[in-house]
Ligand binder design. Structure first.
Ligand code: ADP
Ligand code: TRP
Length: 320
């Protein structure tokens, strides 16, 4: 089974990204032949500062390798190192009905947020279809917000196959429904746009300060507390064992424990959990040539597939 997913280089990794996207993506490398790429062409639709783009790409590469991406198992590459996707994107665009793209929520949401309605933003799902179809993926794991884009991909593949003969596999989306939304320090969904994140590779002093600022209710130290309603407890639950959760839940219900104690317990787990990854990342940063080599090899593997598929598509459509 071939599995493919793409990640946008967007900002500093926070624990919402880690539990919602990165860890599930890394688990996939055990389940089949995995392709994971850094969607830098896609990022151009929202990132307009070249230096920010370079830094963003470098950060995602380091983050994924530090958090356990195994380059022996997974082809890990930069989208723009496989330029065949842009040509395929054009071939797909001639079977793409305007209406299909006009209906895409993500496009409408971006306009509503004030982004300029340019062609890149509009054609975003066609490029995404090319990413997926060019390596003949069977399964595409994505968050719920990307489901529609995978449906567009299926439509385009079917239309192309119907018009020109079968070239593409029809991929299945795999939606991460079981992954809970990680709350931020204010209790809303953790998101860099809300400024409520806990960064994984941020400054440790800063992380500590932010943990201590997690919003709780105003129950006093003596009062009994409700673990299920507490942001600190929810965050603690992401990292703790069942036994650790039960133990802390009992302390909540019994009263006599302040939220500061729960925050310290969470901070300790957080620090321990990510310590090996922080160390690995610091080491990798000293070996950027290795990181580049991983991406180069990943691109080579992806390109071998991409060339084959593109050739078949070019022949089918009459370019060869
Ligand atoms: P942000 O909201 O910080 O801008 P992105 O939209 O760039 O994050 O999300 C990148 C990935 O991380 C997506 O797959 C998204 O589903 C996941 N993700 C982001 N925030 C959370 C969260 N609070 N809980 C679970 N998953 C999240
Ligand atoms: N659009 C995806 C996101 O914002 C990233 C992406 C680009 C992607 N190409 C892809 C995901 C192909 C899966 C498959 O999260």
């Amino acid at each position: 089974m071939r599995i493919l997913s793409g990640i946008q280089p967007s900002g500093k990794l926070h624990i919402g990204n880690y539990f919602g996207m990165m860890r599930p993506a890394l688990e996939l490398q055990e389940q089949g032949e995995a392709f994971l790429f850094i969607a830098d062409y896609h990022a151009l639709t929202t990132v307009s500062d070249p230096e920010a783009l370079r830094t963003g790409v470098r950060d995602v590469a380091l983050d994924f390798l530090a958090c356990g991406l195994n380059p022996e198992k997974t082809a890990f590459y930069r989208q723009s190192d496989v330029p065949e996707v842009t040509e395929l994107s054009w071939l797909l665009s001639v079977v793409t009905p305007m209406g299909l793209l006009e209906r895409c929520h993500s496009y409408k949401d971006k306009l509503a947020k004030g982004l300029e309605a340019n062609h890149g933003l509009f054609a975003y799902p066609v490029l995404m279809a090319a990413d997926i179809l060019i390596v003949q993926s069977d399964v595409v794991p994505v968050g719920r917000d990307q489901k529609q884009h995978v449906e567009v991909t299926r439509d385009l593949a079917a239309k192309f196959n119907h018009a020109y003969g079968t070239v593409f596999k029809i991929p299945e989306p795999s939606i991460r429904d079981d992954v809970a939304v990680v709350p931020g320090i204010d209790g809303e969904k953790m998101s860099k746009s809300y400024g409520n994140t806990l960064e994984i590779f941020g400054n440790e002093g800063e992380i500590k300060k932010r943990v201590m600022r997690i919003v709780t209710d105003s129950r006093t130290l003596e009062e009994a507390k409700v673990p299920e309603e507490c942001n600190v407890f929810k965050l603690f639950g992401l990292l703790a064992t069942e036994a650790q959760q039960q133990e802390l839940a009992e302390k909540y219900r019994a009263g006599g424990m302040g939220y500061g104690t729960a925050k310290k317990a969470f901070l300790e787990l957080l620090t321990d959990y990510f310590r090996p990854m922080r160390e690995k990342r610091a080491e990798l940063e000293q070996h950027m040539d290795y990181v580049e080599e991983v991406l180069r090899k990943g691109a080579e593997r992806a390109r071998a597939e991409a060339r084959t598929t593109l050739k078949a598509a070019r022949r089918a459509i009459g370019l060869e």
